[in-house]
Design a protein around this ligand. Structure first.
Ligand SMILES: [Zn+2]
Ligand SMILES: [Zn+2]
Length: 425
């Protein structure tokens, strides 16, 4: 008899779900609470629960943040990019303990899209989805008596979002031949229903215009938000402008570039139906920021020009953080009247919000010319309804990862499915 336990389902941080079958027991995500949350992270009793494996949906802290606490005897499953991104973070923060775990091939198992594996009597299949993390996935868990779909975080308005419903119908539901009994669905946006949906495609269009008008752009965005980095990269590239970043960001970007190139070369053919993303995550012209560096050849013609000369002549998109240390970078180019683009969630800038970050606010206040452009990483109400209707769970639907679960009832879903919504698991 299958049992499902959702922890912290009524909040956005600290995502944890446990599924037990007769023999196997797996956890999906072991995340930390959001920064600024009042509640402490919940204490999980690993002794009593005896989990066999932990499956991570993606590399955001609210899903993977507590991975170090997992007992050494428990296997962990994550995508290759998740592992690489986490390794780079551990390397740059000098976190030896995390590094050691991530490099341990006997414990860390790399999942591949649409490739099933088993943990005792639970058959597990990950499916890659669009999100503000590169390789986010949904998990289908099939126990001897139930099929459970855990969506993780997802959206439909990123660079690869338009295939989601088709992917669910074709690969997960197999055009009605495979029945999903239980759907655990993220509902972050249920508390932000009034938020206007601004897609990566909208942002790309606006960014192209931005680079046409201002050739000097500092970009504040998450170093692991592959889609937004790609949007700015593409817009800059179309205007003949290069991207610069610190070595840490360059290393994160290299993971996205390599993974996307793999799709094309066929090394990751199993990742279907993700498609070909080589063009989007191209990232060929991204350089470590070093304005004083002398380039001995440039364009095969010029000799001994500095990076700064190139930047001033051609323009730049420099990725920074809203951190004191980067004020020097902006100062250096102040005479060019650069634009600082803030492409992160605006909640961090609002004092009334729990996650308010005073440092960010002060940083932006100190800049002359700021623009706000950001796409949400989460599914809109409309898409949540489409997913529920497409999955058509036979038994029940649990909203998770939301502060406004009740809103799910008001979505445009089939009447019989509305009666299958449950709030306690
Ligand atoms: Zn996420
Ligand atoms: Zn999340």
């Amino acid at each position: 008899m299958t049992d499902i336990k959702v922890y912290n389902g009524n909040q956005i941080g600290g995502c944890i779900t446990v599924v037990s079958a007769s023999a196997g027991k797996v956890m999906i995500d072991f995340g930390a609470n959001l920064p600024g949350a009042e509640e402490a992270d919940l204490t999980f009793d690993w002794e009593a629960e005896r989990v066999d494996a932990v499956l991570f949906t993606h590399y955001h802290g609210d899903h993977i943040g507590r991975f170090k606490e997992i007992p050494r005897s428990v296997s962990v499953y994550m995508s290759r990019v998740t592992r690489q991104v986490m390794t780079t973070i551990a390397k740059y923060t000098k976190d030896a303990e995390s590094l050691q775990i991530l490099q341990d091939d006997t414990r860390v198992h790399e999942i591949r899209a649409a490739e099933s594996f088993a943990v005792k009597d639970i058959r597990i299949t990950p499916y890659m989805v669009d999100h503000s993390a590169y390789d986010a996935c949904m998990y289908l868990l099939e126990t001897p008596d139930k099929a459970i779909l855990h969506t993780g975080d997802f959206r439909g308005h990123g660079h690869r979002g338009n295939k989601l419903i088709k992917m669910i119908e074709t690969y997960i539901c197999r055009h009605g031949k495979r029945k999903v009994d239980v759907l655990l669905i993220e509902g972050t946006m249920l508390s932000r229903l009034t938020e206007k949906v601004y897609s990566e495609a909208d942002m790309l269009r606006d960014c192209i215009r931005l680079f046409e008008e201002h050739r000097y752009v500092f970009l504040i965005c998450s170093s692991t938000n592959a889609d937004t980095l790609a949007t700015f990269y593409q817009a800059a590239n179309r205007n003949g402008i290069k991207m610069f970043a610190n070595p840490y960001v360059c290393e994160q970007i290299s993971h996205f570039r390599e993974a996307a190139a793999g799709y094309w070369e066929g090394r990751n053919r199993d990742r279907k139906p993700a498609g070909d993303y080589r063009g989007i995550y191209h990232f060929k012209y991204v350089y470590p920021y070093a304005p004083e560096k002398v380039l001995h050849t440039y364009g095969g013609l010029e000799k001994d020009v500095t990076q700064e000369e190139i930047m001033r002549r051609e323009g730049f998109c420099i990725v920074i953080k809203a951190d004191e240390a980067y004020k020097k970078w902006i100062e250096r180019f102040r005479d060019l009247d650069p634009v600082v683009v803030y492409s992160m969630w605006e909640g961090y800038l609002k004092p009334e919000h729990k996650a308010y970050n005073e440092k960010y606010k002060e940083f932006l206040d100190s800049c002359d010319h700021v623009q706000y452009m950001h796409t949400s990483g989460h599914a809109t109400a409309k898409l949540l309804a489409e997913v529920i209707n497409a999955v058509e769970p036979a038994e029940c639907i649990y909203p998770i990862h939301t502060e406004n679960a009740k809103e799910l009832e008001h979505l445009n879903i089939k009447e019989e499915l509305r009666h299958r919504i449950r709030y306690e698991a």
